[in-house]
Design a binder for this molecule. Structure first.
Ligand code: HEM
Length: 819
């Protein structure tokens, strides 16, 4: 049977094919032993031998060698010169490769890598199928092991039992050493306009171009089974399956990091993780070793401000920013490069939990963020982010007061504004958590032509770390073949073997240069789209010595921590001070607590005082700075650093609203509120003392009980507060707690039926402390009962929905809380 050419392969290698030299026609069999005669269709072995001779003869010497030396060739690597065999048998492993077998289904196709096909290749649908062993043998009895008699011992011979148990015994693989807990989704990146002036990276090649992506969000400190709402940095890792290979942008939801050099990463993680003697605490930085370490590492001050802010307790993965953190390079086809920072901005705005909620949610729903992401995608409310680039050149970078290679620094948006370049949409949940979310392997070393690294010493260490750890986690060097990791670009190289290898390579050649495979796979060179590192000169003479050290500007540890603090709104500042107080109150060694406050004294005196006051000691003297005099930031404040800077698109899609009900409530007004909320895109649910039908109207039911769905799982509440419902509801302690928590967490509250009832039962203040109306409190009351200070107009529900779009009403927040 003739071998069919893979159309994809023929197309993608066409450049090479046009360049490929034809091997000269064979004349005679060659030196060496004459091949044995084959049978079947002619003398196959003889034909193969001749074809090999032709290929080898076509390359009498390595013509690239002469051009491999010196600086210019280093910048312009040459392309290889492939030779097309006169007969395909020349590069075959066996002359019998064209024999079709049922198991293969088709013969091997040269240059075709099945690992690059869609995940459909490995999607299993067992609908209508009988149970089998891993060898495909149908299992007659999946209930009983094979025994010597009904009451006899189980037999070693039971290969079905042994296969099943052995596989089960090995189901678990090591979890990630950091970022173990995560959730992921598929989607695409869509480019707004071609960026060819800036970069040749494939995702930015054309307006409207869509590149498939897989995105994993994670926490850092906790183990795989830990809870979602820990105070922690969130990973935001994006794998772009580009035409030119995989590009992984492995970022976080915070734009800076704790440390400046990869050398300190194991120390940081050891300090952060549960303490080794008793393995506590889980998924928390609130313990001695973490604060001991960071208080001795003043470069962590900026990151600590972010981690103690509400950024570290996001409301949803869909409502947080993402950052590449390091300064990267973009490179265009002419080899010109610019420096670049990557920013993801959520369409839904940046919103967070408050600490009390985060703590309660960790018990009520440990999968809070995982569920939220999953449900939003299932509901068709696809999470979306805009990618913004900060582009600047070396000269600008030189003029900043900070060093752009220092990952503890941002480039404020006020200095270099964001250039919006495309959008990221997540529109499909994984089919299988383990196969995809757990086995995905992100790596900062995965870049494509058009992107390059800078000398950021943290980034440089990361480039090594990911593959190294994945070798262990994923069991060997072939994890790039796992479908979720396989690039959609063709993979051709001479790497071979190793545990779990799937690719079945034709032929005898696994080296380069070669003549016996026609020189293939050949090096692409610059002209053939090969990756060429941007030549960056070593620093001026005298600085290029081999040494361990840091640039001088890395010694400014506080200017941006202060900038961050000054850029926060009042409630945000309150939360940061509260977070430091909480964390340090968990620290057992007083000297560590005091050392942290002495660090904060270099950030802001007010912050240090607020923290020290809660811990019961006077503010100690500020720690000596590594750099005197103190560096002042370019800006007094950067509004873009406040969560309030990104309120989102003003929609309420997927916001969860509890309608608190009990039998006998005024169903007509509840139904009206439910309809209005649904129409606005929110997710209203009836919550009551027990699940089941609600009154005589069978179309309405209590969907969730107080036990199952406490207040912290909801973005807002609608209370059945009419005369018939308020009294029985007030008899439930959970309903009272519900209202209190909604109020304390500054969420919008709509009371249907008047201001008394449940509101009165919890002594809920109807006014703000200064006497103004509470902008998050909405009351629908019959006109006769109306308090003139309250909103009672017919559009109250609409106003409530607008209040929901604002997410929180921090005007109400007091320390200590009034309710
Ligand atoms: C020298 C510093 C760092 C080292 C050595 C390091 C190392 C690691 C390692 C070993 C993993 C587990 C990978 C795996 O098992 O698949 C990991 C995961 C991760 N790291 Fe880092 N990391 C460093 C800094 C950072 C920074 C600065 C960021 C953010 C910009 C970051 C973001 C992530 C993310 C998002 C993941 C999870 C990827 C996923 O979802 O699978 N890391 N890191």
């Amino acid at each position: 049977m003739p071998r069919s050419k893979n159309p994809e392969t023929s197309k993608s290698t066409s450049t090479a094919a046009t360049k490929a030299a034809k091997a000269p026609k064979a004349t005679k069999a060659t030196n060496g032993a004459p091949p044995a005669k084959g049978d079947g269709d002619g003398d196959l072995l003889q034909r193969q031998h001749e074809a090999m001779q032709q290929l080898a003869a076509a390359r009498p010497f390595n013509e690239l060698k002469a051009g491999e030396h010196g600086r210019d060739p280093a910048l312009q690597p040459q392309a290889g010169t492939p030779v097309e065999p006169a007969d395909e048998s020349a590069t075959a492993s066996s002359v019998r490769e064209t024999v079709v077998s049922i198991k293969l289904g088709s013969q091997a196709q040269p240059g075709h890598n099945p690992g690059n096909e869609s995940l459909d290749r490995v999607r299993v649908d067992s609908g209508g199928q009988a149970l089998t062993t891993n060898q495909g043998v149908r299992v007659a009895d999946n209930q009983n092991s094979l025994k010597a008699g009904l009451r006899g011992p189980t037999l070693l011979e039971d290969f079905i039992l042994r296969e099943k148990i052995t596989h089960f015994d090995h189901e678990r693989i090591p979890e990630r050493v950091v970022h173990a807990r995560g959730s992921a989704a598929h989607g695409y990146f869509e480019c707004y306009d071609p960026l060819d002036q800036l970069t040749m990276a494939a995702p930015f090649a054309a307006a409207g171009k869509r590149t498939p992506v897989f995105v994993r969000f994670s926490t850092v400190a906790g183990e795989r089974g830990s809870f979602d709402t820990a105070r922690d940095v969130r990973g935001f890792a994006v794998k772009f399956y580009t035409d030119d290979g995989n590009w992984d942008l492995v970022g976080n939801n915070i734009p800076v990091f704790f440390i400046q050099d990869a050398m300190k990463f194991p120390d940081l993680v050891h300090a952060l993780k549960p303490e080794p003697h008793h393995a506590m605490p889980q998924a928390a930085s609130a313990h001695d070793t973490f604060w001991d370490f960071v208080s001795l590492m003043p470069e962590s001050a900026h990151m600590l401000m972010w981690v103690m802010s509400d950024r570290a307790i996001p409301r949803s993965y869909r409502m947080m920013q993402g950052f590449g953190v390091h300064t990267f390079r973009l490179v265009n086809a002419a080899g010109e490069s610019k420096l670049c920072k990557f920013h993801w901005s959520p369409r839904a705005g940046t919103h967070s939990l408050v600490w009390d909620e985060a703590v309660k949610i960790s018990g009520a729903d440990p999968d809070f963020h995982r569920r939220d992401l999953w449900e939003a995608i299932e509901a068709g409310s696809f999470p979306e982010w805009e990618l913004g680039l900060q582009i600047f050149d070396e000269e600008q970078a030189e003029n900043f007061r900070f060093d752009v290679l220092d990952p503890t620094k941002i480039v404020p948006e006020e200095l270099v504004p964001l250039l919006p370049v495309g959008r990221l949409v997540l529109n499909r949940n994984p089919d299988n958590f383990f196969a995809e979310t757990e086995q995905v392997a992100f790596c900062t070393a995965h870049i494509v032509p058009g992107i390059d690294f800078t000398n950021d010493p943290l980034l440089q260490g990361r480039i090594h770390s990911y593959v190294d750890t994945q070798l262990t986690r994923l069991g060997g060097p072939n994890f790039h073949e796992i479908p979720i990791n396989a690039s959609i670009a063709q993979v051709h190289n001479n790497q071979r073997d190793g545990l779990h290898r799937q690719a079945i390579h034709r032929g005898s050649v696994s080296y380069e240069p070669n003549s016996l495979a026609g020189g293939c796979p050949f090096q692409a060179g610059r002209a053939g789209g090969g990756f060429v590192s941007i030549p960056t000169p070593f620093p001026a003479t005298g600085e290029g010595d081999k040494l361990r050290g840091k640039p001088e500007r890395f010694a400014d540890h506080f200017s941006q921590a202060t900038l961050f603090w000054r850029s926060q709104s009042e409630p945000e500042q309150r939360h940061i001070a509260g977070a430091f107080r909480f964390e340090l109150s968990k620290v057992q060694v007083p000297a560590v607590r005091e050392r942290v406050v002495s660090l904060l004294a270099n950030v802001d005196a007010g912050l240090a005082a607020a923290v020290a006051e809660g811990l019961g000691f006077a503010v100690p003297a500020p720690q000596p700075r590594a750099l005197e005099p103190a560096v002042e930031s370019e800006l007094d404040s950067s509004p873009a650093l406040s969560l309030l800077a990104r309120p989102g698109d003003g929609g309420v899609q997927t916001r969860r609203v509890a309608l608190l009900v009990v039998d006998g409530a005024d169903l007509a007004s509840l139904r009206a509120a439910q309809t209005a909320l649904r129409e606005a895109g929110a997710t209203p649910r009836f919550v009551g003392p027990r699940i089941g039908p609600l009154g005589a109207d069978e179309s309405m039911a209590i969907e969730m009980s107080f036990e199952q769905a406490p207040s912290v799982l909801w973005d807002a509440v609608v209370l059945a507060n009419d005369a018939a419902a308020a009294r029985p509801l007030s008899m439930y302690g959970q309903a009272l707690d519900f209202v209190k928590d909604q109020y304390r967490h500054c969420k919008p509250i709509l009371a249907l039926g008047g201001p008394g009832g449940l509101l009165a039962a919890v002594n809920l203040p109807l006014m703000l402390p200064e006497g103004e109306a509470d902008p998050g409190l909405f009351v629908c009351a019959p006109p006769s009962e109306t308090d003139p200070a309250l909103r009672t107009d017919a559009d109250t529900v609409t106003a409530f929905i607008a209040g929901l779009a604002r997410h929180r009403h921090f005007e109400r927040e007091t320390d200590p809380p009034r309710v």
